[in-house]
Design a protein around this ligand. Sequence first.
Ligand code: SF4
Length: 339
Amino acid sequence: MTEAPLLSIENLVVDFATDDGLVHAVDGVSLTVRAGEIVAVVGESGSGKSVTAMSILGLVRTPPGVIRDGRILLRGEDLRAVSGERLREIRGGEVAMIFQDPMTALNPVMTVGQQIAEALRLHDRDLSADTARARVVELLRKVGVPDAEQRYRQYPHEFSGGMRQRAMIAMAVANDPDLLIADEPTTALDVTIQAQVLDLLRTAQRETRAATILITHDLGVVAELADRVVVMYGGRVAEEADVRSLFARPRHPYTAGLLASVPRPDLDGELLSIPGSPPNMIDPPGGCAFHPRCPMARDRCRTDRPELRDLGDGRRSACHFADELDEGSALFSAEEAAG
Ligand code: SF4
């Protein structure tokens, strides 16, 4: 029996009006998240991954953004069609978000403790102030904030970056959400703290059993946490697969390029990146948007836009020649990728 997905995004289209023209940020993205699973959405900056995530909770600013099309179904309820009141109820309740910069989510003029307590009481109006406070202190302890009692009374600026991220995770899991959306949760942190916050995210996910959408450009983070991966390029899904299959045998040249971009210990940790630049989203290249950077591109790729195809075993690829990508084939050599 296949369980209905917890979240299902269908054919999402989001544009942004800019002085230079209309940016086609998300162009027909469909993806699903099942209860309890961690789905990583990866891609370079500008791939549309964050806009896709922000659309779920109605956090795309309009204008300049316009959601042109698509449905976002949470347990069958279309979040694009619900009232503002219902959406506020869902935010921080059934669905919680962890941002790259906790300052985006934390109010600088309220103590950290008060904010988390407020989040709790917003979704449980019968909760007494004392019980809320006790729950917050416990939450802060759980996420590894030392001296939680004292920390409760401090303001966000009195917390270090790593501690702020812990506090935000505490706030996100406070109401036992069904879905967590983590947008580049470790990108702004230094490497040691990154590892601690990743561990914490893993523990939080395990304890709440919340399905998680993890937005990241970091394949190391994907390998650590994700069950399934959706690779985005130029506002579209390029490939989707379970994490092991994706790493073992990418079925889209862009994914192969991303994998070659992982820091390589054999090359003194040098980060190899894909030659060329991400597409101009105002006037994207015709055919396959990746063709100007693709080592496998042929004539057809310049004219014929590849649709996302089902390859079986839960894999999908938007490459005309997905079947020609062999296991272990080195599409991007060190010399090429360093260019
Ligand atoms: Fe490369 Fe063509 Fe596949 Fe696009 S469709 S990824 S250009 S081979």
